[in-house]
Design a protein around this ligand. Structure first.
Ligand code: MTE
Length: 304
């Protein structure tokens, strides 16, 4: 089948943004329906009435954190265009049956052929509601075959200071690194995103492929990934290297655990205006029903 990643757009992908409805709680099964061509929404499995609309593309791509392009929220939109995102490959190594350097376009062709791509999966992360396109990280891990000794998944961003000027500064220990416990990585809410609003991912949002873990603080959602390593020991992560007291490995959204320098009990949705009232932050960012069982019996004050 001749299928080009770049020409993956159909009329459904250019549905006007006003067409989308967000379900604050993602219900599983949605991805299959979306992959099957139903666009925008599926209320059949919805547990909660839809209350929030997704953020606009302008909001999503104009207010970002991507320290490789500077520390200001407007910097990524200004500078991330310098990054060459094609061709792209992801090295998958460590405790896997089929290690290798996987071309992203081949990987996407495979996901398309197997009907594993979903077009619109609305989830809320970092006080934004974003309709992502991508596939489940679990599908990728199934494809490469995880060996039974593996307990964690480590991720790395591209290291290319000639195009990412922030990497010439020492804000963080480059390349940007993140990690998940294997069961977190296998959860269907852990997404590898390659687009949003039915279009290719803007560079400032982590093109051409980034992680989205909606029940964790935003920094876990690493951008422009070039390496995924299955490991037995817990991987080190950029933010916990930079400041272990402030940033732990788990980083689950938890209003009961304050950041040492600020409360994390409430949030203001981006785009709602600075006069808008702050709203209480929900444990696990509102996805407790789906993910709380991953942490049963753990002291989440100690494992922050
Ligand atoms: N990934 C890389 N490589 N570099 C970064 O600086 N910032 C993180 C995360 N992923 C970051 C990154 C932080 S702090 C946040 S809040 C989210 O990306 C922001 O994602 P968004 O710009 O798509 O909202």
């Amino acid at each position: 089948m001749a299928y080009r990643y770049k020409s993956d757009l159909s009329i459904r992908d250019v549905t006007p943004e006003s067409f989308f409805i967000n379900r604050r709680k993602l219900t599983l099964g949605f991805s299959a329906m979306a992959a099957g061509g139903l666009v925008g929404f599926n209320t059949a499995n919805s547990e909660e009435a839809l209350t929030e609309t997704p953020n606009t593309l302008e909001e999503i791509s104009g207010y970002n954190n991507y320290y490789e392009f500077g520390t200001g929220k407007g910097d990524p939109a200004k500078y991330a265009g310098a990054l060459t995102t094609e061709p792209w490959s992801v090295k998958i190594d460590g405790m896997v049956e089929n290690p290798g350097e996987y071309s992203l376009s081949d990987l996407l062709k495979k996901m398309v052929l197997e009907d594993r791509i979903y077009r619109f999966r609305c989830v809320e992360a970092w006080s934004m509601v974003i309709p992502w396109r991508g596939f489940e990280l679990a599908d990728l891990l199934e494809f490469v075959g995880v060996k039974k000794e593996a307990k964690y998944v480590a991720f790395e961003t591209l290291l290319r200071p000639e195009e990412m000027w922030g990497q010439k500064k020492n804000y963080l220990d480059w390349p940007y690194r993140e990690g998940l416990r294997l069961d977190e990585a296998l959860h269907p809410l852990s997404i590898m995103a390659t687009g949003l609003y039915g279009k290719a991912l803007p560079n400032q949002n982590g093109a051409p492929i980034r992680l989205v873990v909606p029940w964790k603080y935003g920094f876990k959602s690493i951008k422009s990934i070039v390496r995924i390593t299955l490991m037995e020991e817990q991987p080190r992560t950029s933010w916990s290297i930079a400041n272990p007291r402030e940033y732990g490995f788990y980083s689950n959204v938890n209003p009961a655990v304050d950041h040492p320098r600020w409360s994390q009990a409430s949030e203001r949705k981006i785009g709602s205006g600075f006069v808008a009232k702050r709203q209480p932050t929900l444990p696990f960012n509102g996805y407790g029903k789906e993910v709380a069982s991953l942490y049963e019996g753990m002291d989440l004050q100690a494992f922050y």
